[in-house]
Design a protein around this ligand. Sequence first.
Ligand SMILES: C[S@@+](CC[C@H](N)C(=O)[O-])C[C@H]1O[C@@H](n2cnc3c(N)ncnc32)[C@H](O)[C@@H]1O
Length: 284
Amino acid sequence: MTIHEHVVAARSRLEHAGIEIGNAGIDAEVLARHALGWNRAYYFSHRHDVPHLSFDSCFENLIARRERREPLAFITGTREFWSLQFDVSEAVLIPRPETEIIVKTVLDTNPDRTASLRIVDVGTGSGCLAVSLATEFPNAQILATDVSSAAIEIAKRNVAKNDLADRIECRHTSFLAGVEESIDVVVSNPPYIPTNHLTDLQLEIRNYEPEVALNGGMDGLEGFRALLAQSEIKLAKQGWLFFEFGFGQLNGVKALTKEHENLELVNVVHDLQKLPRVAVLRRR
Ligand SMILES: C[S@@+](CC[C@H](N)C(=O)[O-])C[C@H]1O[C@@H](n2cnc3c(N)ncnc32)[C@H](O)[C@@H]1O
């Protein structure tokens, strides 16, 4: 049996397991390449080869995990974000493409890349926002916080992999607790799923991603409440707060902002589906 034949058989198993038809083939190919250690170009020129004997059991193990709906990124241990590769594990949320809007919006709002910004990434998870911003702002000093010590370990690993330990500190704390004042920029993708919606999430998310990364309390807005209250105190005057929010939460975000007289909602950025996604607030 050739590698390609293995992949075709695996694709139909994954479709049977409930994975979308469009994704099942891609996942099977990615897992075959993961087992072989091959890039796409090499795979396409060698997929009609018969694999080494050890491939069969290794590939079977990977496909069985995906059949149980374990996310692809947890099986391969890596996910791309902002054109960088991040280590991921079940301790962290898998970085999502829509979160890249935060990085882009920070860049659009602060076009001077040489600025010595003091940035805090609240709820850093894998460290994807902190690391991406550090690569874009070479003079920035960044603090990355998370309430999960397991997440902080993954963030530290990604910081070290990118040689950024001199500019990014990963700290185990809740939101901005213990963080010094006069921050220029706060970024955050806090948990924002309402508690009673957690069971509606797709299997990959609800069975594998950490609840602490998802659960935004009864109305989904608990994380925003803490973030706004603490940012109002810790941001420097004219400092910026950028955060991601979910479907149907814009009115809640607007109402919360009105409770903070020193914060002003200056922009709302939409995603590719034209849905409001990222709030931009400024400290008065
Ligand atoms: C939606 S995930 C975002 C992770 C990462 N920033 C990203 O965008 O991929 C939310 C993160 O917030 C963290 N978190 C939850 N409650 C927190 C709190 N009270 N203080 C700090 N971090 C918290 C979770 O552990 C999780 O890593």
